[in-house]
Design a protein around this ligand. Sequence first.
Ligand SMILES: [Fe+2]
Length: 401
Amino acid sequence: MLNFELYNPVKIVFGPGESSKTGMYAAQYGKKAMLVTYEQHDFFNQLLEKLYKSFEDAGVEVVQFYKIKPNPRLSDIRQAVEICRKENVDVVVALGGGSVMDSVKIIAAGALYKDDVWKMFVSRHDVEVAVPPTETLPTILIPTKSATSSESNCIAVATNDETHEKAYVWTPVIFAKVAIMDPELTATLPPFQTAAGAVDAISHVLEAYLNGDQNSPVQDRINEGLITAVMDLLKNILKNPDDMQARASLQWAATLTWNGYLQSGLNAPTPCHQIGHVLSALYDIDHGVTLAVVMPAFFKYTAHLNDERAARFAELGNRVFGISRDGRKDIEVAEEFINKFEGFIKEVGVPTKFSEVNIPKEDLDKIADDVVRLGCNAQGELPSIPPIKRDGLMQILKLAY
Ligand SMILES: [Fe+2]
């Protein structure tokens, strides 16, 4: 385990029905709230009415911004920042998945930022060219999807719709004041979205497990447990959508996957996310789906790179799926794990191949170029264990087809 600092000040209010207290929490931060949600919010209408009542009861005026799209666009965020400033909003509230919550973190910081918000963003982990925000309006994040952990981390991702670049803001300044996690809200999602969100949550754990410090047994055992729990809970919810206990556990598991605690001491890069961000920016594909198509290919490629990698996948297969390692080569166990994992993703109805999400085969070079430009380090390597150069990247992309 490596040395680390951990800081997470987000107050979490958790449980079915807790979102009815939103107005009360908003009133702690002022008299005027901007409520942000998706452009397409028909399936939230009842929920929005309830939230409105909660604001009204608490004496909080609401400014609506119902314009966020999945894979949020910088142009929409800029527009919300302008409204926030003009209306003198006191607190910004997100109702939605990662796209809305990430947008709200940027909008709230952007309202007090002296420059254009794009200056806050960075693409590459090794090039710190951004001017991070130093202050923010308070935010309240209400997730409707168990996936990104955005409600409890200090990361926000958005797409510059002029340059098609998906980049992020990562600074403790943008931590929310309150995350209201009401598992009943996750029942508003179609099953496909629930499944894609769970795959995203699992991907966070796997990125850390495979690419972080490899001598951290506490994080390993917790991460293995989270993967099995998320897989079991998702399958249960797809069969019994009203099982609120399962939804509560899935939501709690998802937030633990990327809230800083399990990443501590690992210093893990996120190679599958770097590839996934490029796919989202180019083709507007759901974040969880990009990971579902990248992970199996990435695993197939890296498992064969050396004996240590094969052994790591074999350990994972043994712990997560109970695959026996007795008398077998690590690479055989690793391959069985990868097949079983891909089988799980297919079973829950999420695509695992580029061809299923209409990515043209002739675009693979362009995708690799963008990953090198936006996700690789100054040496042209995608941070990973081991680091991957462009030719390896091309092999992964071909395997994903
Ligand atoms: Fe993610």
